[in-house]
Design a protein around this ligand. Structure first.
Ligand SMILES: Nc1nc2c(ncn2[C@@H]2O[C@H](COP(=O)(O)OP(=O)(O)OP(=O)(O)O)[C@@H](O)[C@H]2O)c(=O)[nH]1
Length: 405
């Protein structure tokens, strides 16, 4: 799936969830005030629980993010540090810069050396941000006049123009990271970063309590989602894996069709262009498979084999859809990168290759075996075996075709 699509799918629900909790919090509903009044430490406890769970999953950045947010709850802590050093601390800016740093770095784990490096980096970011603000506040501020005018009058009571510019830049950098790598983890870190200026603007204790609680829920949810993806999605292609297929099978009724699909001469791709190009081919085929029409669901069964399942359908109903999938793969003009290792001479039949300038176009084809659940096949495995037999016939018939069992 395209990065931007992934970003929209992952970041939008997180943003909506957060916005909803902020709207609820600003409503100041008496019941909410009562709950959070009684459970003052709920946000801190839930963030610490999220940190513990994140630790179990080796999410060191999320752990650090939780700890930074917890420290924010004890707001006196930061300005007191500033007073010790004799400077005014731009607390929100520091936290945003630290979260931005975490977003752009990687999970380093909890080995003492790595933990020390991470903490030192966060401290350096805090000092760097403070010095930057200090230096900039000594400079003429005329260039900020238009921004000041834009902030006037409401926002200016909460942020200086310098802070507003800084927040915007850090958020844009964070967005850049998300566009490149839109994982659930990154979305959660980005949303926490976005929350900070909002909390500076809406400085009511109830809003910050609800927001921090919502962030803890979001962190836990992102860990659960990623773990689910790890368990049920194929890492290479991103489509549902064999384990997901076996779970889906439990939900099937007495009528369904199973299609086994296999990339033709796939070994030749690996041998000729290298494993990386083989992986590229797998991703391309997987993305076509997920576009199957007629209500089919696609899974990577393993290696270069895919399984399609059509619930409540018989073979005649799905044949045209499988046929159009076969054509869409065969007609796809796949451009491949240069081989990643010395090219070996391929044995056996090789796929047709056209060279066009520096780009290489390759044709990928698949064979398909179709079987429907009949009265004499009791189990899913039996239907799959029939589909495998039909696939073998498709291979024997010259490949790039669909055979019914
Ligand atoms: N790049 C890559 N190769 C894989 C992966 N999984 C399996 N393979 C390779 O897939 C190839 C499967 O080849 P074969 O089973 O001989 O079949 P084939 O070359 O597709 O030939 P036919 O099925 O007869 O058309 C083997 O070379 C495996 O190493 C993977 O995740 N990535």
């Amino acid at each position: 799936m395209h990065n931007l699509q992934l970003l929209a799918r992952r970041a939008l629900p997180a943003l909506l969830f957060l916005m909803a909790s902020l709207i609820i919090a600003t409503s100041g509903h008496p019941q909410l005030v009562k709950w959070f009044g009684q459970l003052t430490y709920l946000p801190v406890i839930s963030l610490l629980i999220a940190a513990l769970v994140a630790m179990k999953f080796s999410r060191s950045r999320m752990v650090l993010c939780c700890l930074l947010l917890v420290s924010m709850e004890f707001t006196g802590f930061w300005p007191a540090l500033g007073e010790l050093a004799g400077v005014t601390l731009p607390v929100t800016a520091i936290l945003m810069a630290q979260l931005g740093w975490l977003l752009w770095s990687r999970d380093k784990g909890f080995a003492p050396l790595n933990a020390t490096i991470s903490l030192s980096q966060l401290a350096a970011v805090a000092v760097g941000t403070t010095l930057l603000f200090h230096q900039l506040s000594l400079q003429p501020q005329s260039w900020l006049a238009p921004i000041n005018a834009w902030l006037y009058p409401d926002l200016a009571r909460h942020f200086s123009a310098l802070e507003a510019v800084f927040y915007l830049l850090v958020l844009l950098l964070g967005l850049g990271r998300l566009a490149f790598n839109p994982t659930n983890n990154h979305c959660a870190l980005f949303v926490s970063m976005l929350m900070l200026p909002i909390l500076q603007y809406q400085s009511q204790p109830l809003v910050s309590q609800v927001a921090l609680f919502a962030l803890a829920v979001l962190f836990l949810f992102s860990i659960i989602l990623d773990s689910h993806n790890m368990a049920f999605r194929d890492e290479l292609t991103g489509i549902p894996s064999r384990r997901a297929l076996m779970q889906y099978v439990q939900t099937l009724g007495g009528k369904y069709v199973v299609v086994m699909a296999d990339i033709d001469h796939f070994k030749a791709f690996n041998d000729t262009y290298g494993h990386d190009v083989g992986d590229q081919v797998l991703r391309m085929v997987a993305s076509r498979m997920t576009g199957i029409t007629g209500g089919g669901r696609a899974f990577r069964y393993g290696g270069e084999e895919f399984t399609l399942v059509f619930a409540r359908k018989d073979a005649d109903q799905v044949e045209e859809h499988v046929e159009s999938l076969r054509r869409s793969i065969a007609d796809y003009k796949m451009v491949i990168r240069a081989p990643d290792r010395p090219v070996k001479k391929s044995r056996g039949k090789k796929k047709p290759v056209k060279k066009s300038g520096l780009r290489q176009l390759v044709q990928v084809t698949c064979s398909f075996g179709v079987a429907e659940k009949g009265k004499d096949q009791g189990s899913f495995e039996a239907v799959m075996k029939q589909a495998d037999v039909a696939l073998y016939q498709a291979k024997k018939a010259g490949r790039n075709c669909v055979k019914l069992s």
